[in-house]
Design a protein around this ligand. Structure first.
Ligand SMILES: NC(=O)c1ccc[n+]([C@@H]2O[C@H](COP(=O)([O-])OP(=O)(O)OC[C@H]3O[C@@H](n4cnc5c(N)ncnc54)[C@H](OP(=O)(O)O)[C@@H]3O)[C@@H](O)[C@H]2O)c1
Length: 287
């Protein structure tokens, strides 16, 4: 039995669809029973902030897909660190064999926001004695639907990427890689950097969105300091705004520009292109 956490998220939903289609026994952890019913699969209601509920959901589970919310604008330690460490400890007590965890590309000690938080969780998992596989994705194509790709209020893209390229990946491909690792013998003790098939500039993405949506989407490039000031003016804490600006400086220097063969290696087919993503998500992108 597999437990899927983050089952209602950008990766979790396609993962649920894929495992259901394959007839693989699994359970989804959801915070809200109505969302569980909408998934149309076996589910347990639970919350990372209620360790007993996670413990109960892990009964009879041998593989765990570990994923939750990204970095939050909160002071101090990111909640995901405590939440996922607790889930790993509960998995060990429940006799889970392997944890497949969604991390982030360039997770490292002392890294800003998700990069540092995921690194800490990775270390905890590696030291737990459990089998593990780590997925370190590049930026998600789905950010352009959820808003994490920074559409401004008037529908343009805003960032500090300059002309840098980003090898955005479709979350459906992350889900397919997770499915391969959750159902097959591969990948124990391995870390996979997952990218899309090509790296694109924000201007190229704005052009593709313009063509698909039938309106002009511009890319507005701001110096990092100005971007941080904009985020602060939107009410985000100063430290969070600074961390975002620092991370975007790294991306502007090309930190997410490379592509890897990991999706092809794990799934036997190439990752989806940005054009395929746009065509499959036209309605959500237009909303
Ligand atoms: N966005 C990117 O470009 C990117 C790139 C690399 C790595 N990542 C990593 O990918 C992961 C997923 O990020 P995302 O923002 O895309 O996620 P997402 O789609 O928003 O999904 C988050 C999932 O976690 C669940 N969740 C949140 N808090 C929970 C809690 N306290 N207990 C149980 N479940 C909880 C949510 O359930 P509800 O439906 O109840 O809210 C949802 O199913 C993050 O760790 C992030 O660091 C993101």
């Amino acid at each position: 039995m597999i437990l899927i956490t983050g089952a209602t998220g950008s990766i979790g939903r396609p993962l649920v669809r894929r495992l259901r289609a394959a007839g693989v026994p699994f359970r989804a952890l959801v915070r809200d029973a109505a969302k569980g019913r909408a998934l149309g699969c076996d589910f347990a209601v639970g919350d990372f902030d209620d360790p007993a509920s996670v413990e109960a959901a892990l009964e009879g589970v041998d593989r765990l897909f570990l994923n939750g919310a990204g970095a939050l604008p909160v002071p101090g330690e990111q909640p995901m660190v405590r939440q996922q460490k607790d889930a790993i400890d509960a998995a060990r007590r429940a006799g889970v064999q392997r944890v497949v965890k969604v991390s982030v590309w360039h997770a490292h000690q002392g890294g800003r926001l998700a990069e540092g938080a995921h690194w800490e969780i990775e270390q905890h998992l590696k030291a737990s004695g459990l089998g593990w596989s780590l997925l370190q994705p590049s930026g998600f194509m789905q950010n352009f639907v959820t808003g994490a790709g920074s559409f401004s209020a008037d529908g343009d893209l805003v960032g500090s990427y300059g002309d840098a390229r980003v090898s955005y990946i479709d979350c459906a491909d992350i889900a397919d890689c997770a499915a391969a690792l959750l159902t097959g013998p591969y990948g124990a003790g391995e870390t996979f950097v997952l990218t899309g098939p090509q790296a694109l500039t924000q201007a190229e993405i704005a052009g593709m969105l313009s063509a698909a949506l039938g309106r002009t989407v511009r890319y507005v490039d701001l110096p990092p300091d100005e971007l941080a000031a904009t985020l602060r003016s939107q009410g985000l804490p100063a430290r969070f705004a600074e961390d975002v600006a620092v991370l975007l400086k790294e991306v502007a220097a090309g930190s997410l520009a490379a592509t890897t063969t990991a999706v092809q290696d794990l799934t036997g087919r190439p990752p989806r292109t940005f054009a395929e993503f746009v065509s499959a998500n036209r309605e959500a992108l237009a909303a």
